[in-house]
Design a protein around this ligand. Structure first.
Ligand code: ATP
Ligand code: MG
Length: 656
């Protein structure tokens, strides 16, 4: 028993073939077509990527070598020169996309801006010239700390245009977390705003920047560029300047620099779900190609789509699938500043109805929150413009998948459950909506060009339906290049956990997964979170999904607690749907439900009802904090990414 790495106990047999009407219009319309792409890659991996790079991107200079793989270091399109901002903007201006909306933005108070490709190009050039005027040169780092407003995308593109690297820090982070990230990247200029709107209130941002920079704590920062969003803030003379004052002085002429393929594009910190966030490094050409092509494939992007990804630009999803992937493809990308909350539970559905969104991409955490808010909100809106739905960020519980499919997708929209990470740059395992039959809770199959496997510690593939470690065995263009200024951490975290064998190297993702009889990948949770009960190693996803499949449960997290007899026992934290009251009877019913769904082995020994679970600011459940609480310890380690410290306090054992 103990040689099984992670045991699967979940029974999930439902299957949804791509709707024929969808496939009929799709770019990749059948499994055969998908398999053909995979075979093209197999036959000639470098030729496969080179062909796409040639066809899909503009090059100022062709590359000399497609891939240079010196494990674990990789370089793509070596010797070539391109520019991500050029690919996202300039090349569309000579086509009918010139007057097409590039960004449709809606502020939380309801203000709307529609920015065409031509206008976006104009503004990005001005912003690039402004950065130059503030002293930014090719190779410098720029910090971006903004609400979700168009200027966030403009600042990113402006950096990419002149060869400065950006490091975007989510606007919800504290001054302390901001300071750490600005210091680590030796940022020269910070682009921020006076504040933004969040859940019905103004969130000040500039005061956080002032605090982070106070007393020369980040000596590298020379200037701060401030966007006016909420009415003003204190300014430090000499250091700070208003964007709206600078912009009119800036020329809209700023040719895109021809940048080397491997030019540093950005540094971005991971969500910090499992520990201290890592500064992930991505470079220009490979990242551009990979986010471009995956946007096309997985969202089956068509010219008239209105595409909306709800992520903040402070996360990788915002980088790859709000800004770069969609714009490189000439798509219309929707940005919405707000988030659903008690005062505005239908705001997402309003955005879809108003802007006729056709592709909607969000996170399981948002779906669970929306389920809790009630079906009456989506049902009161016209969602008929939708044709495709997606999820990213965590495994999605099958019952949440079914709700999404039924209530939001009207049973007509395929769902793409996309597995990937900050480190992978773009989506890795995901259905192609016109080709791949979906199963609720499965990320399905690796994208063409991605060699993913589930293996044991020795790199040996595990048998069908047994859990193991999710790895990738061939480099891909969007792969991270290193941890910023910490090559050692890069090797240790990603390449050493499973040692190379027979010349094969294993990128270790840190997630547990199994493959079923169709070769589908089911992500079972983080390897760090596996619970070992009497020799059975259980992933968190399956037990949580069993709990969530009960009508009373909105959200659940399970962790292991050390136990003398069993090794560990399962401890569950549960939040309830509206109209359900916590109590002993319900607890017994839920325990019986878990036993019935997946067996006695997974039965929690303890269950705590709570109003909320501790989450990262990107909405992921932080099980490591719950694990410490369950063991009666004080949570240690980095909690800078914890969204709400109050949640943790309320879960601490109360002195009797
Ligand atoms: P840290 O690495 O700092 O702990 P993080 O892993 O949460 O933070 P991200 O890069 O934002 O940081 O998230 C990637 C992780 O999110 C994946 O490793 C996986 O655990 C989870 N994930 C993302 N998408 C999916 C998905 N579709 N299904 C299952 N898990 C997913
Ligand atoms: Mg991670």
């Amino acid at each position: 028993m103990s040689d099984i790495l992670i045991e699967s106990v979940l029974q999930e047999q439902r299957q949804f073939p791509p709707p024929p009407a969808f496939s009929a219009q799709a770019r990749i319309a059948s499994l055969e077509q998908y398999q053909q792409l995979c075979q093209e890659f197999q036959a000639d991996p470098q030729g496969f990527w080179a062909g796409l790079a040639q066809r899909e991107l503009h090059w100022f200079r062709p590359w000399e070598q497609v891939m240079d793989w010196q494990p674990p270091q990789v370089r793509w399109f070596v010797g070539g020169q391109t520019n991500l901002a050029y690919n996202c903007l300039d090349r569309h201006l000579t086509t009918s996309r010139r007057t097409k909306p590039a960004i449709i933005w809606q502020g939380e108070p309801g203000d709307v801006r529609t920015i065409t490709y031509e206008q976006l190009h104009h503004d990005v050039c001005q912003m690039a010239n402004a950065l130059k005027a503030l002293g930014v040169q090719r190779g410098d780092r720029v910090g971006i700390y903004l609400p979700l407003i168009p200027e966030a995308a403009m600042a990113m593109l402006a950096c990419a245009r002149i060869g400065a690297a950006h490091t975007v820090v989510f606007g919800g982070f504290s001054a302390e977390a901001l300071k750490e990230r600005l210091r680590a990247a030796q940022v020269k200029v910070v682009v921020t705003a006076d504040g933004g709107w969040r859940k019905g209130a103004v969130v000040p941002l500039k005061p956080q920047v002032d605090q982070a920079l106070a007393d020369g704590q980040v000596p590298s920062v020379q200037r701060v560029l401030v966007v006016q969003r909420v009415g003003g803030c204190a300014m430090t003379p000499e250091r700070d300047g208003w964007w709206h004052e600078l912009q009119p002085q800036m020329s809209p002429d700023c040719p895109a620099e021809a940048l080397d393929s491997e030019e540093l594009l950005f540094i971005l910190y991971t969500s910090g779900t499992t520990g201290k966030p890592k500064g992930i490094v991505h470079t220009t050409a490979g990242y551009n190609l990979y986010t471009h092509i995956t946007t096309q494939w997985v969202f089956d992007l068509q010219e008239d789509d209105v595409y909306w990804c709800t992520a903040d630009v402070g996360w990788i999803t915002g980088h790859s699938y709000v800004v770069y992937g969609p714009l490189s493809n000439g798509a219309t990308t929707v940005m919405y500043e707000g988030a659903p909350h008690g005062g505005n539970p239908g705001c997402f559905w309003d955005v879809i109805q108003t802007h006729k969104v056709s592709i909607f991409y969000t996170a399981p955490t948002a779906i669970r929150a929306l389920i809790k808010m009630g079906v009456e909100h989506p049902q009161a809106r016209d969602l008929s413009s939708l044709r495709l739905l997606g999820t990213v960020g965590e495994p999605i519980n099958p019952s949440a998948w079914m709700w999404y499919h039924r209530v939001i997708g009207g049973e007509r929209c395929p769902i793409v459950d996309t597995w990937w990470q900050t480190e992978t740059g773009g989506m890795m395992i995901a259905p192609l909506p016109g080709a791949t039959p979906t199963k609720p809770g499965a990320a399905t199959l690796p994208l063409p060009g991605i060699q993913a496997q589930v293996v044991d510690r020795q790199g040996e593939p595990v048998p069908v339906n047994q859990g193991g470690y999710l790895v990738v065995t061939h480099p891909w263009p969007g792969m991270m290049r290193t941890v910023y200024q910490d090559e050692e951490r890069y090797r240790r975290t990603y390449w050493e956990p499973i040692p190379p064998r027979d010349g094969q190297h294993f990128y270790f993702a840190g997630d547990g997964a199994r493959r079923d009889e169709d070769g589908y990948f089911w992500v079972m949770g983080r390897v760090d979170d596996v619970i070992n009960v009497a020799g059975h190693r259980l992933g968190t996803m399956e037990i949580e999904s069993a709990l969530v499949s009960h009508p009373a449960v909105a959200e659940a997290a399970v962790v292991g607690r050390p136990d003398e007899l069993k090794g560990e026992t399962v401890v569950a934290f549960v939040t309830l749907e509206r109209h359900y009251q916590p109590g002993d009877a319900l607890k017994q019913a839920l325990l019986a439900h878990v036993v019935q769904e997946i067996g006695a082995i997974a039965r929690p020994s303890e269950m705590t009802f709570t109003d909320a679970l501790p989450k990262t600011r990107s909405g992921k459940i932080m099980r490591r904090l719950l694990r410490a609480l369950a063991a009666g310890e004080s949570p240690t380690g980095d909690i800078s990414t914890l969204e709400d410290r109050g949640v943790l306090e309320s879960l601490r054992p109360q002195p009797q």
